[in-house]
Design a protein around this ligand. Sequence first.
Ligand code: SAH
Length: 348
Amino acid sequence: MIDLLSLDKDELSDLLVNELGEKRYRAKQIFSALHSGVELSDISTLSKDLRQRLSEKAYAHFPKIESKQVSKDGTVKYLFSLRDGHCIESVVMKYKHGNTICISSQIGCAMGCVFCASCVGGRVRNLLPGELIGQIISAEKDTGERISNIVMMGIGEPLDNFDNVIKFLKLVGDEDGLNIGQRHISLSTCGLCEKIRKLADMKLGITLSVSLHASSDEKRSAIMPVNNKYPILELMAACKYYYKNTHRRISFEYTLISGKNDSREDATALAELLNRKLRDDADMPIHVNLIRLNEARSGLSAPETKRVDAFCKVLESHGISATVRRKLGADINAACGELRAIKNQQTL
Ligand code: SAH
């Protein structure tokens, strides 16, 4: 069976013309209807006969709401089930400049960061392009509001699902569909250097976020196993390559974990790393996003807010633009992977 939500308009036209003997213009009707959340069986511009013949070869499954939590600040967290019954999470956050959705890119994750709940149980499979976009369609349908920004910061490592993510970027930007341009999309990676370079070569307009979380190989490898394969200097070189190709500012995520990476010395070391390796010749614009650990997994604790602010000040005093991420959805389980892990009854 073909997943209709994973097809672009050209592929949909080919299916209609070659397999079903239909006219090309039908593709646009079907694409628009599906991307606005209309079930295949309810697309009224198509004859019953065509809907029937199409459903013999293809399907469109919208992620189904298994549970939903609404925070006092308006943040909505969904646990969605997919066609095969696996669950993923998406979070809708309301900002003055519009609604932002944080989507998952895989079922589970193979990267093994010690503080992250998404890795529990490893990687089950990649999400299809249709399952990536389906999260947005289902969330828009449920909230009744347009979503204008996307962050790929949910469960999974997006660059470990490269081809499907690239196809998704094309689908989501289609003006007959969700029409969300690349300037409104951020992709976060734990630092798969070859894939960062491959993405750089495509010269897209998306914002790249890199999860750094430590500035020495020793400290980073202790919390992020990916650092054994792609150590920090290699990562810095890949980031520079990304900037030189795209001229897009890179944003670094740094989760503060008490006693691991949150001292003044750690802050100075981070500033020196970024200044020496990235801002030396290119004067590359960068930003550091500080995140206070969400204590989703035992054994690690979050520093006090004062310590996070002090860390931020040290970075600023070295000329690094930095902000502490505002915590939305604090009263719900809004850390990536928590709901799915609870649902699967795995221990955190
Ligand atoms: N695989 C991608 C996207 C993951 S989640 C990546 O690694 O970037 C988005 C961000 O949340 C990452 O920076 C991740 O390291 C961070 N994160 C994961 N678990 C966290 C936790 N418990 N507390 C704070 N930040 C966390």
